[in-house]
Every structure is written in structure tokens, then in C-alpha cells.
Design a protein around this ligand. Structure first.
Ligand SMILES: *Cc1c(COP(=O)(O)O)cnc(C)c1O
Length: 408
């Protein structure tokens, strides 16, 4: 992959949306943890697909179908290589992290019995809590929570003590979307394996910042959403170890996922098609591959170094505002800043920032248990990406100061 130098000016030129205005002000986009923006390189791939070779895949004899199938399968291989996955059929295309987690939670129904235990971390996204609660209801398994401390780090001693031969599954995010904490997932995975438990890591928030290595992590399942890493919405992957994917039953029935169908019996297709029922998001999969190419052309080390600088600068500047408190101060964290100002509701700050053209997220960030832990209704979250700048951070800081003046 040809690397381009980290040149923020030229990087920003790749994102047409960054030129737009909101409420008469230049857009400052700090909601990257909810969804990232799309570079022209990926937009071009999407347009090209619909202009030249839009077709259904895996079943046509005609040229367009062949071209679309080839591009889709090449995208699968790009994703395989990016995450250092041993076999391309261990990459299952899904509609994103939520779909991927539900696929696994559903598949475990027949493997669990009453009294088995599932451990989840205290800082999970709702999409990594609710499917396990549903699984517990179906099977009688019990959900136990790995606690966190005030800095927003998992209490690892407690984790090790919660593990036992009753533990069948452990679920944890790689990076918390609400706090930015980078969790020690290698330690979590190894300890779970020592008691014979399987591990699913929610990588939705990690994939835009870290190039995770599936074989080095030795994780059983890992999930990614393309739209958090410069790709389109509605597509993502489930990585699963081959042995697990062979054991799990199919999630949905339909076309594509069968080998043979009669009214008496259906046999299922081989991996990965067993889990890919129906016409997939063909264009989305191809564009996901292009997004991975784009991010690698900048380089994940370069991205991490730049975002770290930006995080440090934004944290220092925001903390100078009186009454401002940051939630999530883990030693290992990415460029997510969740904060509140004493006496002001986060929603009110968010609304004033929007008037100034600044996009942040306010609320519980699909992680209500974290808000309950801190006894707050929600936070203002500014999540920074490699295409943001220090000048934009200055605009944010000035906006928050203005909001504070207006609201207090
Ligand atoms: C965004 C996010 C999800 C949900 O991803 P979808 O693309 O909405 O399915 C899950 N977990 C984390 C940590 C996230 O940041």
C-alpha cells in the first residue's frame, strides 16, 4: 500500500462534507464515534458501482454479476488481510456490529444451560448488553458484570475473580464509545480461555483507531461496523474462528445460505455463505474495502499519533473551563471526550453548539449503565478524528465557553 504523508490539508480535501456550513457557520464535526465521514475515494467507489456494474452476486452467469461478485469477494479479502484473519471464510458480512452480536447471541442458545454464566463489562454499548439479556432469558444463564472504577477502567482483579468453570462467554468492547477507554482485551481473552470460555470483542469503536490483529489476539469473535471507519452505513463484519462458525447454527434462513432445499430438508451452504442469507449490501461491502484501503493509505500509526496529540490538546483546553468535568480519564484512551459543566444539562450545551455549527453528541450514548454509575443523565461527547484540527478544537472550546455564559 502506497502511503501518503500525513498532510492534514490534503486529508481534509478528501472529505467534501467538511466544506459545508451549518447555521451559517463552517461545520465542525465532532461526532465521529457515532459515525465517521466519507472520503471522496469511497464515494467514487459507490458511484462507480451503481454507474457500471450494479448486479446481484454469486448467481449470475452474466458479466455484470461476475464483476460485482469479484469486487465483493476482493473486499472480503482486503478485510481479512487488514485484520490478519487466517481464512477469508472467517469474515462474515453483516449489516454491522449490532447484527454481528445478535448472530452470535442467537447461535449460543443451544450451547447454554441454566446456571451458566456470561460476563459483560460495565461499559458496554446497549447493543452488547441487550442480546445477552435475551440469551439469558432463553437459556436460564446468568449475566454478571465486570465493574469499572471512576477513571473508567475495568477492575481487572474483580474480573479474574468472577471467572470460573461456570463462565461460558465473556463480552467486552475493545474501546468504549462513551469514555474512549482502551480495554486490556488480550488479558481478558487469555484469562477467559483459561477457564474454557469463549470471548466476543465489540471492535466497533476500535477499528477506526487501531489495526487489530485477530490471530495475535486469539479472539473467538470480533465485530466491526464500516460506518465508524470511513465506510458506508449498513455494512460490517463478524469475524469468527472457523471452529466456532462451523458449530454455530445459521441465524437467518433464505437465499444464498443453502446448499440444497427440498420441502423435507435443507442443507446449509459452507462458510461464509451459511451466515449470509439473502442479497447482501453488495455496494456497501465493496465500499467497506475501499474505506480500509483509504485508511491504510494514511496509516494507522500516523492516525493514532495525530489523534493522540489532538486528544491531549482538547483535554487541556477544555479543562481550563470552570466547572467542566471529563468522564473517562483512563491511562489508555482514544480521542473521545465526554464531559459536563456543573449545573447545566448536556442537551442545552449541545443545542447551543449546533447553532455554532459544531456537531457533538449529547445523552447516554447507548450506554446508560455508565451514566447510572456516574449518577448523571448523560454527557456532551466530542469524538475527534484524524481529519479534525486544533483550530476546530479552539472553536469547540470557545463554543462551550459561550454556552456556559448563556446558560449559567
Ligand atoms: C457504534 C457502536 C456499536 C453499534 O454499532 P452499529 O453500527 O450501530 O451496529 C456497538 N458498540 C460500540 C462500542 C459502538 O461504538
Amino acid at each position: 500500500m502506497q502511503k501518503i504523508a500525513f498532510d492534514i490539508e490534503s486529508i481534509r480535501k478528501s472529505f467534501p462534507i467538511l466544506n459545508r456550513e451549518v447555521n451559517g457557520k463552517p461545520l465542525v464535526y465532532f461526532d465521529n464515534a457515532a459515525t465517521s465521514q466519507t472520503p471522496q475515494q469511497v464515494i467514487d467507489v459507490i458511484v462507480d458501482y451503481y454507474q457500471r456494474y450494479n448486479a446481484n452476486i454469486h448467481r449470475g452467469v452474466h458479466t455484470l454479476s461476475q464483476e460485482a461478485t469479484d469486487a465483493y469477494e476482493q473486499a472480503r479479502i482486503k478485510i481479512q488481510k487488514h485484520f490478519n484473519i487466517a481464512k477469508s471464510h472467517e469474515v462474515i458480512f453483516t449489516s454491522g456490529t449490532t447484527h454481528s452480536i445478535n448472530l452470535v447471541a442467537n447461535g449460543f442458545t443451544s450451547f447454554l444451560k441454566k446456571g451458566d454464566e456470561i460476563l459483560v463489562s460495565a461499559m458496554e454499548h446497549h447493543s452488547n448488553i441487550v442480546p445477552w439479556q435475551m440469551l439469558c432469558e432463553r437459556t436460564g444463564a446468568v449475566l454478571k458484570v465486570i465493574p469499572m472504577n471512576l477513571e473508567g477502567e475495568l477492575v481487572m482483579d474483580k474480573y479474574h475473580r468472577l471467572l470460573s468453570d461456570k463462565t461460558k462467554l465473556v463480552f467486552c468492547n475493545h474501546i468504549s464509545n462513551a469514555l474512549g477507554t482502551i480495554n486490556p482485551i488480550k488479558e481478558i481473552i487469555d484469562a477467559a480461555h483459561d477457564v474454557g470460555a469463549a470471548v466476543l470483542v465489540d471492535g466497533a469503536q476500535a477499528a477506526p483507531h487501531i489495526k487489530a490483529d485477530m490471530q495475535a489476539l486469539n479472539v473467538d469473535f470480533y465485530t466491526v461496523s464500516a460506518h465508524k471507519m470511513c465506510g458506508p452505513t449498513g455494512v460490517g463484519i463478524l469475524y469468527g474462528k472457523e471452529a466456532w462458525l462451523k458449530k454455530l447454527p445459521p441465524y437467518q434462513g433464505g437465499g444464498e445460505m443453502i446448499a440444497e432445499v427440498t420441502f423435507e430438508k435443507t442443507t446449509y451452504a459452507d462458510l461464509p455463505h451459511k451466515f449470509e442469507a439473502g442479497t447482501p449490501n453488495v455496494c456497501g461491502g465493496i465500499a467497506f474495502g475501499a474505506a480500509i484501503d483509504y485508511m491504510n493509505s494514511i496509516g494507522f500509526e500516523e492516525i493514532a499519533a495525530y489523534e493522540h496529540e489532538l486528544l491531549k490538546y482538547a483535554t487541556e483546553q477544555l479543562l481550563q473551563i470552570e466547572g467542566l468535568k471529563i468522564y473517562g480519564t483512563a491511562k489508555e484512551k482514544t480521542s473521545v471526550i465526554s464531559f459536563n459543566i456543573e449545573g447545566i444539562h448536556p442537551y442545552d450545551i449541545g443545542s447551543i453548539l449546533d447553532k455554532l455549527g459544531i456537531a457533538v453528541r449529547t445523552g447516554h450514548h447507548c450506554a446508560q449503565p455508565i451514566m447510572d454509575f456516574y449518577k448523571i443523565p448523560g454527557t456532551v461527547r466530542a469524538s475527534l478524528s484524524f481529519y479534525n484540527t486544533k483550530e476546530e478544537v479552539d472553536t469547540l472550546v470557545a463554543g462551550v465557553r459561550k454556552a456556559r455564559q448563556m446558560l449559567l
